[in-house]
Design a protein around this ligand. Structure first.
Ligand code: SF4
Length: 409
């Protein structure tokens, strides 16, 4: 049984929408997109919305609209699997993979939401019609909707203060599979002010939710959901009021966790606040310094070491570092730099853990590269031979599958 749910009484003529997270429920509860749609649609008197998951599906024929949030490339197989068994009247899809490349779903899905659903979806619901032709014609005129063969791919992004999903249902009993535990999700910003060439967010200018709005969301959301832990969602954690947000949470005695940290914008004061609720940190040097700068990630090694020193002094217990292999121009010199960096990093902080990922180049980024499985395996072997630290290496075959889906056709 989930709590809190938006209870809606069914009435004749009411329309219904299902938003599907095409993977398992315990991960999907932390995805903000289905929560936004669940809250947004249920606020409309003549519409009702259900959240569905790969392991919690219903017969989709009964819904007027069925939407998929496509967050991870590999979920494509589940979207196909679900649609093979169910034939909804109309289907749509949104999410980061759609924004990057909706083509992989063309033929399977009727139309795409290529931007912020907060503004786009209500417009779609307003023109909803049983007549396919007039419905597709009408929605093809909405910014941020792409209807294959009717209009061109376009995007639409809105001001974040216009809406927040306060109802965040979670089951009464949760186990260790629920990575963040029972929490309230607080999205403080979208987009990113940095310009890493490999990142799909490079062109999405940062949008920050206002501090006043965040405080109101916290006051109402924590009470409504009866939670005392907040998980902060943001791509770069650069919100101009991030100190005040953390101070507010500390003052209210609310535990919190922050996302991966950009060392170049971190200072002792913020780190001290984070330490009040967290014992470990995540940072992303990505590769050696020379290549890092070429990739548009402008943090120097010295900034990472300065950060490690501060974190050590504040008694953080662990640090996770993200790296990539298979990057354009990445050669043994870069891998040697990475090894040297990690060896020096251990002098400041000995409980470190490196997470190594094969680089998957995505369309619409400035760093395109064919996936070279052989080269990536060679680079991983080099790191295995030369590094004596805890490492988690992502599967090369899985990364190759992701590459093929992301770059379809
Ligand atoms: S800092 Fe992170 S989110 Fe921002 S552009 Fe770089 S990789 Fe993307």
């Amino acid at each position: 049984m989930e709590f809190p749910l938006i209870e809606k009484k069914w009435f004749k003529g009411q329309k219904s929408l299902a938003i599907v997270y095409p993977n398992l429920y315990y991960g999907g509860v932390y995805c903000l997109a289905p929560l936004i749609i669940y809250n947004l649609v249920n606020l409309k008197t003549n519409w009702a919305c259900d959240r569905l998951f790969l392991d919690r599906l219903k017969d989709m024929k009964n819904y007027d609209l069925v939407g998929f949030t496509w967050q991870y490339e590999l979920d494509l197989r589940y979207i196909k699997q679900i649609l093979n068994k169910n034939k909804p009247r109309y289907t749509f899809a949104g999410g980061p993979c759609v924004i990057q490349n909706p083509k992989a779903l063309e033929g399977l899905i009727d139309f795409f939401v290529t931007g912020d659903s907060e503004v786009i979806l209500p417009k779609i619901l307003e023109v909803y019609s049983y007549d396919k032709n007039s419905f597709f014609n009408a929605i093809s005129k909405i910014s941020g909707v792409y209807v294959p063969k009717k209009n061109k791919i376009n995007s639409y992004y809105c001001d974040l203060d216009i809406f927040y999903p306060l109802y965040q249902p979670m089951p009464e009993k949760i186990d260790k599979n629920y990575v963040f535990g029972r929490c309230f999700i607080l999205e403080i910003e979208r987009g990113c002010p940095f310009s890493c060439k490999f990142c799909a967010l490079k062109e999405q200018k940062p949008r920050y939710r206002s501090f006043e709005e965040i405080i109101e969301i916290l006051n109402n959301g924590l009470l409504l959901n009866q939670r005392n832990k907040v998980v902060i969602y943001s791509a770069s954690f650069t919100h101009p009021k991030r100190k005040q947000i953390l101070e507010y949470l500390i003052e209210k005695n609310i535990r919190f966790s922050v996302p991966s940290i950009k060392v170049e914008v971190m200072d002792l004061e913020i780190l001290k606040l984070i330490r009040k609720s967290q014992t470990s940190l995540t940072i992303a040097p990505e590769c050696g310094e020379h290549l890092r700068i070429k990739l548009g990630k402008l943090a120097r090694d010295e900034e990472f070491f300065k950060f490690a020193k501060m974190a050590k002094e504040l008694d953080f217990k662990g640090i996770k570092l993200y790296f990539m292999v298979g990057l354009p121009e990445q050669n043994e010199d870069d891998l040697r730099e990475m090894v040297g960096f990690l060896e020096r990093f251990q002098e400041y902080f000995n409980n470190i853990y490196a997470s190594i990922h094969p680089y998957v180049s995505k369309p619409n980024t400035f760093l395109l590269k064919e996936f070279d499985k052989k080269e990536i395996k060679k680079q991983i072997n080099y790191l295995r031979r030369n590094l004596n630290i805890k490492m988690k290496i992502s599967s090369v075959s899985t990364a190759e599958k992701i590459y093929k889906i992301a770059n379809f056709p």
